[in-house]
Design a binder for this molecule. Structure first.
Ligand code: NAG
Ligand code: NAG
Ligand code: NAG
Length: 569
């Protein structure tokens, strides 16, 4: 029978039933493929706030001009002296880290110039045969190039991406396939051995960049490496003293050896801040990128997120908390075999990303309750910004936990605070908290601000997921405080202390004005361009710009296009 002899109506019916059959097969084997919607369903376009966006852009250009004029192609600019620094092997970290921000902010000429310069970087040559920091180079250089490629589709970037990707990938050329976190990867003939000790984040947040590299090149060798790595993490997840969590330090060299379980027993401290942070973030984001084909990230997240909520998050006595629930990530310790967990109620600016992480995970894994967890972590960071003397959260902050741990937010209590905050252990050099800091700030071991993005990152995610203008308002206040205190002659400078401000005479447009400002220090990390200013800009842009439904941002805020992940493109 040929199709030509079949009456048209029958043909249509036959075609339809074949389609229905195929759809059924597809449905049964794949489940309904409704793409995970992360962003709020914004009813209209035109939600940009151009004035605020332009203000962010002006500040970006101020610092970018400083970099162009005084530190072009160096790893970083020194924003007070106009000097420059070498930091990550001298491959122009700031330049590469900023590429995609230049595109997103619409600075096309600056991007052209920056890309041309980037294409001249030789990743086989490094300053003094330096040790390559695998984690930082992967998230900043590889992530930066990848996002520039994904956003511009400029074919000239691809060879650079492969050149750098292969060099970083050689960190895994070790006897047991676990990476070397600090090795002379760019030095011919140098021996590469897996590290004896590695921070959790340094080896636990490499999935995204290498997986995407396989997606864009079609070469699956990077993905195979990532698969092996995630397999090691999945197998070791219950080996630590708090099963489900990985401690701050791991032992890559021990994997596959007779004491393989010691991989996850190098330390008994657990947190979401320094050393650990993005290892948890990448479980969620790797699932977003490759989850259609791999279930390992979901499995790890299910277990880890339960333990994070149980052991790492706490509520604290803070003024105003009776109106807004707040949660803070702390640091837990437990020795092997012990049933007792100690919680240090010190939270870190670095851990503020966890607000966005839980909020996004709630949609991706369909756990609605986790949205509130994310919202409350974000509230805690916003509270710390709003209540510090500079309007900026310090690097670390110790809080007084609620006296009753019933899972509910405690109300502010003056007399309880008065007694607790004046206990000797909360006083330093004879100064008790109450005479130094605002209520709620029990101790501040590190009062600095390093131009970090994590708080605005979570505020940005909350805005994109809720469409609630509240988040843009608090974000705008954060931006103003940060610029006020950090603006410097050549860029923006990190602060020595967010907790102390001084009167200072400054000049603005030739006029002397007296301001109350924090003390600056001569440092400006590349993530100021890559992350902090980008998140501010995107907070005030139309939500369709870098939609979280189409892009996944690596831990350096570099967007990678979602093509074959759980959204099923
Ligand atoms: C960048 O390089 C391209 C190709 O060599 C050239 O056409 C272009 O003018 C350059 N752009 C800038 C800003 O130098
Ligand atoms: C770890 O323990 C949890 C809870 O007991 C269990 O569900 C999970 O399968 C275990 N995972 C591994 C890799 O042993
Ligand atoms: C919260 O506490 C403040 C005092 O810290 C009080 O003025 C306010 O009325 C309280 N709000 C609620 C909703 O209980």
């Amino acid at each position: 029978m040929s199709w030509r002899n079949v009456p048209p109506r029958k043909l249509i019916t036959a075609t339809l039933s074949v389609c229905a059959f195929l759809f059924l097969i597809h449905f049964v084997t794949q489940g309904p493929r409704t793409p995970t919607q992360i962003q709020h369903k914004f009813a209209s376009r035109g939600l940009a706030q151009p004035e605020r966006q332009n203000t962010v852009k002006r500040e970006f250009l101020h610092a970018w001009t400083g970099y162009q004029d005084h530190a072009w192609m160096a790893d970083g600019l020194l924003p007070l002296s106009g000097g420059k620094k070498h930091q990550f092997c001298g491959w122009s970290a700031t330049l590469v880290d900023a590429l995609d921000s230049l595109i997103i902010l619409g600075l096309d000429e600056e991007f052209d110039e920056a890309l041309n310069a980037t294409l001249t970087i030789d990743f086989a040559e490094s300053v003094e045969n330096c040790d390559v920091n695998l984690f930082e180079s992967t998230i900043r250089y590889l992530g930066g190039l990848m996002a520039a490629y994904d956003l511009s589709n400029d074919a000239r970037i691809l060879p650079k991406l492969i050149e750098l990707g292969d060099m970083l990938h050689s960190a895994f050329d070790t006897p047991n396939g676990m990476p070397c976190t600090m090795c002379k990867l760019a030095t011919k003939g140098a021996v590469v051995e897996s590290s004896e000790n590695a921070a959790l984040a340094d080896i636990g947040s490499l999935y995204l960049e290498f997986a995407r590299l396989s997606q864009v090149t079609g070469d699956d060798k990077y993905m195979r490496t990532v698969d092996r790595l995630s397999d090691v993490f999945a197998r070791s997840q219950n080996d630590s003293s708090i099963p489900g969590l990985w401690p701050e330090n791991l032992g890559p060299r021990l994997v596959d050896g007779p004491q393989g379980y010691d991989f996850a027993r190098k330390s008994s401290r657990y947190g979401l801040g320094a050393m650990s942070d993005s290892a948890y973030e990448y479980l969620v984001k790797a699932h977003l990128l490759v989850g259609e084909t791999r279930s390992v990230y979901r499995t790890m997240w299910d277990l880890a997120s339960r333990q994070i909520k149980r052991y790492l998050l706490f509520r604290a006595l803070i003024p105003g908390a009776n109106e807004t629930d707040a949660l803070f990530p702390g640091i837990a310790s437990r020795s092997l075999g012990s049933a007792q967990t100690l919680l240090e109620t010190r939270t870190e600016h670095l851990a503020c990303f966890a607000g966005g992480m839980f909020a996004m995970a709630s949609r991706i894994f369909n756990n609605p309750d986790d949205f509130e967890v994310g919202e409350q972590i974000t509230n805690g960071c916003v509270w710390a910004y709003q209540n510090s003397p500079s309007g900026i959260m310090p690097e670390t902050l110790t809080l007084l936990p609620c006296s009753v741990n019933d899972g509910l937010q405690c109300d502010w209590d003056d007399s309880y605070w008065g007694v607790q905050s004046n206990r000797p252990e909360n006083c330093m050099n004879g100064y008790c908290q109450s005479s130094r800091y605002p209520p709620g700030f029990l101790q501040v071991k590190d009062p600095s601000y390093k131009l970090r993005p994590e708080a605005i990152e979570s505020v940005f995610v909350m805005w994109r997921m809720t469409g609630d203008e509240y988040w843009r308002e608090v974000g705008w206040e954060m931006f103003q405080s940060i610029i006020e205190h950090t603006r410097s002659p050549f860029g923006h400078a990190a602060l020595l202390s967010t907790m102390e401000v001084y009167q200072r005479d400054t000049y603005e447009r030739g006029l002397m004005v007296r301001k109350v400002l924090a003390r600056q220090t001569d440092d400006m990390e590349s993530f100021w361009f890559a992350e902090t200013l980008k998140y501010f800009y995107l907070l005030f842009s139309d939500p369709s710009l870098i939609s979280l439904d189409e892009w996944v941002l690596n831990t350096e805020a570099h967007p990678f296009r979602l093509t074959r992940g759980i959204r099923g493109f």
